[in-house]
Design a protein around this ligand. Sequence first.
Ligand code: HEC
Length: 258
Amino acid sequence: MATVGLVLLLGGCRRDMQDQPKYKPLHESEFFADHRSERPMVDDTVPRGYLRTDLARYTGKMNGVDINYFPFAITREDLTRGQDRFNIYCSPCHSRLGDGNGLIVKRGYHNPPSYYTDRVMKAPLGHFFDVITNGFGAMPSYASRVMPDDRWRIIAYIRTLQFSENASINDVPPEDRAKLGASATAELANVSSSHPSPQSTTGPNEVPSPFSGVIPPAAPWNPNAAASEQTGRPYGQAAENAGTLPVSDTTTIQGGNH
Ligand code: HEC
């Protein structure tokens, strides 16, 4: 009888997990002075995988001075990724050509300088990193949307745009010249004599001329097709001419070190 009583007594003391003292998410607390049960992170907390000791790579500066080199080697994949990010995040204002006449600007937003002005052409790479990270004048910061390594990839792509602005046929490796269309060859041949305006430059991702003015309808999205394309679609002239990006880069790099 005594044993039964003891069992009942102890049973009464049992505390189920669902009844234990705990805070439900965002529940008020009487314990903390600010009444928040969710505690802010301790200052300078570094999440695993986010230790950023490479200052040049994560600030674009060394000893407070803009660096003028890429903190990691830029590959063809990085450039393609940079083009992709540029077209998403920068072209609405800067336009795909970088001349500063993006769609938002055409609708009244503050006009950014063209990337082909002497000053921006000569700006060190770290300056671009700083502009993307912290914003610049009327331009907001893109730090929350463009991860540091992607900023370098975008900068590499901007440098490519800038290079293409004054490129001549001599800059195209002889073995690749045959791949250029007649209009591009003619334009490049003229570069040294007349400096074309940025608007007339056909960037690598622009609609090939002659442009009829009609934008072709987008193909319906098919998740299965997209998934199969993600497995190593080769770079090639065809993909570039079509203005499409190999899907594989975007997906592989996205999971990387942000
Ligand atoms: C919402 C529009 C907008 C977007 C999007 C935008 N910018 Fe800008 N950007 C501007 C404006 C406006 C200026 C000029 C700011 C000023 O002079 O006050 C500018 C200026 C710049 C400059 C020139 C800085 C200088 O030294 O004069 C660079 C470089 C630049 N942006 C790069 C970028 C990059 C890279 C991206 C994409 C990550 C981007 N911008 C996205 C609006 C934008």
